[in-house]
Design a protein. Structure first.
Length: 298
């Protein structure tokens, strides 16, 4: 992996880690549905501009049902669940729960697609569950009203990403950029009717407006472009490294900008979850580093 792609990977992790920061800033004023409508709308408009510049077509007549399904399970529902959870949980906790998505994907594969359960995967699943238990069980936020529902919502959001992974593997092949662009419009169609259930709660300040814009354009639109560029340059397996970096930045941004406390349980739980995720996905940092050095010698 070149230094340029390493920089892209770190930037992508920093951006996606910051998404939980922006959600925490904006959700008290806008509510979950209105906030996520703004996020996918700005993302869709940004990607539409990119599509016009690059002359990329969506082929809506052929793929509209696919965009609607993908938009619902990969964006609308998890975005809404994370926004609901952000009303109680910290950005740090949200970012770590987000990292359990590959673990959920493994569970779904085992239960519904008869994928083999090896000892390594079983250990990874056990560590993942244990890490979440450490994170949640020792966090003072659990004492707040509605905390358990918020944890369930965030875990369900991560589960949605696991479901989406299996769906995209089995769905009709669609060009990656079209998937990102089309799914944003599909997500918007799913989210618009829900807006009436979660009205705006406070006046929209410039800070809140900036957070929504950053969520849509940077954390969704620009992040997708970075992601697909990395997949094209280094492959999907190497790009998976971003899963392990997002919680690092999520915890960092929460500590820096929201004064969130980082206790021993945050570090221990995060490390346990990420170790479990690495085992489930088969990610081996040692082999990745060796591969990088071999590429540098060539």
């Amino acid at each position: 992996m070149s230094l340029q792609n390493i920089a892209r990977l770190l930037l992508l992790a920093a951006i996606w880690g910051a998404s939980f920061l922006f959600i925490r800033i904006a959700v008290p004023a806008l509510g979950p549905a209105f906030l996520m409508n703004g996020r996918v709308l700005f993302a869709a408009l940004f990607l539409l501009l990119v599509a016009l510049l690059l002359k990329k077509r969506l082929l809506l007549a052929e793929h509209w049902q696919h965009y609607l399904k993908l938009g619902f399970i990969n964006s609308a529902l998890p975005f809404l669940l994370f926004a609901y959870a952000a009303g109680v949980l910290t950005a740090s906790l949200l970012s770590v729960l987000n990292a359990t998505a590959p673990i959920w994907g493994a569970v779904i594969g085992i239960l519904f697609y008869r994928q083999p359960l090896s000892a390594k995967v079983l250990l990874g699943l056990t560590l993942g569950v244990s890490g979440v238990a450490i994170l949640v069980g020792f966090d003072p936020v659990l004492l707040q009203p509605g905390a358990l529902w918020a944890v369930a919502a965030a875990a369900s959001a991560a589960c949605c990403y696991g479901i989406a992974t299996h769906y995209t593997r089995r769905a009709k092949a669609v060009e990656p950029f079209a998937n990102a662009h089309g799914s944003m419009w599909g997500a918007l169609c799913c989210l618009l009717p829900v807006t009436v259930l979660f009205p705006v709660q406070q006046a929209i300040t410039p800070g809140v407006a900036a957070a929504v814009l950053a969520l849509g354009v940077v954390c969704t639109g620009v992040a997708y472009l970075l992601y697909f560029k990395l997949v094209q340059e280094v492959g999907a397996t190497s790009t998976l490294t971003v899963t392990f970096l997002i919680p690092v930045f999520g915890v960092l941004w929460g500590w820096l900008f929201l004064n969130e406390q980082v206790g021993w349980h945050t570090l221990a739980g995060s490390l346990t979850v990420l170790t479990g995720t690495a085992l489930v996905t088969g990610f081996n940092p040692g082999s990745s580093i060796q591969k990088w050095f071999r590429q540098r010698r060539v």
